[in-house]
Write a protein that binds this ligand. Structure first.
Ligand SMILES: Cc1cc2nc3c(=O)[nH]c(=O)nc-3n(C[C@H](O)[C@H](O)[C@H](O)COP(=O)(O)OP(=O)(O)OC[C@H]3O[C@@H](n4cnc5c(N)ncnc54)[C@H](O)[C@@H]3O)c2cc1C
Length: 353
């Protein structure tokens, strides 16, 4: 799709990390989040209308730029994960490919100061294409840094106008909170390939494939992601990290590693993305993973986060999804499924059972 759009100078500008193996229908069905970290992050923001085929027939939503006409049929179909029907067609909102681009990197002595810088950028109305922070644990595990600093990456891009004033203002926010320049954006079109920024970017592209090497060596390596409002963030971050570290120690008998980055950020809160790594054995690996995942998910739920910001529900997150959604909403979904899919043949056990 993107290569077809390229010749017209257009893009959907939605790039989940799973981009190369995923589909537009899958993005809509799982309510995916793209690589761009602010403003239009979820596919929800990019969909104009949807057609869905269920055992009961076909449903099309009205294609308009915006509507205040009651509950949205699109919002009902987006995130339904195949439980209500198959998404067969969608109109989506395209943009011109960006011409102006700039990336900067800053280092912080601790994760929470970097988080404060993200908060001030997110609340300044700047909407960078990217504003990520990556903690020292993730940087070290991926050989992107040997030190104990947190990395902040800030990028802006635009098809229409020069973005220097925006990145200059974002830099002020970064420096106000103790950031030290890692990579300077000024007159530097290759800044995203340099310094700690470049080293982490290289590692990020390879990360999903590392598991292929780690699993045969009996190393559990997985991620979970969420979002939380700013006023709860500090407490949430400490408790989720500590709960997961303790769970790894208790379950495997050995200390593991838990890292955190922000994948997305909103004016009212960040989307923290945790990774955990634990030594296990061939015999116990699956059960160890189940228990660590359960402890981490319990902590995310207990301290107020959503069970997923963009990885979707499926079967792994179903237990906590049912706890966080209102009971009546669950009943409404059940009745909708009964109408659309009376024999419950569409993705049984997902979203509704
Ligand atoms: C390494 C890795 C990185 C990832 N990174 C991201 C990320 O950055 N952002 C993100 O949001 N997610 C990410 N994901 C999760 C997932 O890949 C995405 O959510 C993606 O949108 C799924 O799309 P797909 O086409 O691969 O769907 P599939 O994985 O094939 O299906 C996912 C679910 O959607 C249903 N489904 C698929 N197509 C349709 C359709 N046309 N109609 C109805 N139901 C359908 C399936 O039945 C299934 O329940 C990642 C996953 C992996 C493994």
């Amino acid at each position: 799709m993107e290569s077809g759009l390229k010749k017209y100078g257009l893009t959907l500008r939605h790039f989940p990390q799973s981009f190369e193996h995923s589909t537009l229908g899958g993005w809509i069905a799982t309510r995916s989040g793209g690589h761009f970290a602010t403003l239009y992050t979820h596919i929800d923001d990019l969909v104009e209308n949807i057609s869905m085929v269920s055992p009961n027939g076909k449903m099309n939503s009205l294609r308009v730029p915006g509507s205040g006409a009651g509950p949205s049929p699109d919002r009902f179909m987006i995130g339904s994960e195949g439980s209500m029907g198959i998404i067969t067609d969608a109109w989506v909102k395209l943009q011109k490919k960006p011409k102006f681009k700039a990336t900067a990197g800053y280092l912080y002595s601790d994760f929470l100061s970097a988080a404060q810088a993200v908060k001030s950028i997110s609340q300044a109305g700047l909407y960078p294409a990217n504003v990520r922070i990556v903690d020292d644990v993730e940087l070290k595990i991926n050989s992107a840094s040997k030190g104990s600093n947190t990395l902040m990456i800030v990028s802006f891009e635009n098809a229409d106008h020069n973005i220097d004033p925006w990145i200059s203002r974002a830099e002020e926010c970064c420096l106000d909170h103790g950031g030290i320049i890692d990579v300077d954006w000024r007159n530097n079109p290759l800044s995203n390939q340099q310094g700690t920024v470049g080293a982490w970017r290289e590692a990020f592209i390879k990360m999903p494939y590392n598991r292929e090497q780690l699993t045969p060596r009996n190393i559990i390596s997985d991620t979970f992601e969420t979002s939380i409002t700013w006023e709860k963030f500090d407490n949430f971050y400490h408790n989720v990290k500590i709960s997961t570290e303790l769970a790894i120690k208790e379950i495997t008998g050995k200390s593991g590693a838990v890292s955190c980055r922000f994948s997305h950020s909103y004016p009212n809160g960040p989307a923290p993305y945790f990774a955990f790594h634990a030594n296990s054995t061939e015999e116990t690996m699956l059960e160890d993973w189940v228990q660590i995942k359960r402890s981490a998910s319990d902590a995310v739920h207990k301290y107020g986060g959503t069970i997923t910001h963009h990885h979707a529900i499926g079967r792994d997150h179903s237990h906590w999804y049912k706890k966080q959604r209102p009971d009546d909403f669950g009943k409404i979904l059940y009745n909708a499924k009964e109408y659309l899919d009376p024999k419950f043949i569409m993705n049984p056990g997902v979203i509704v059972d």
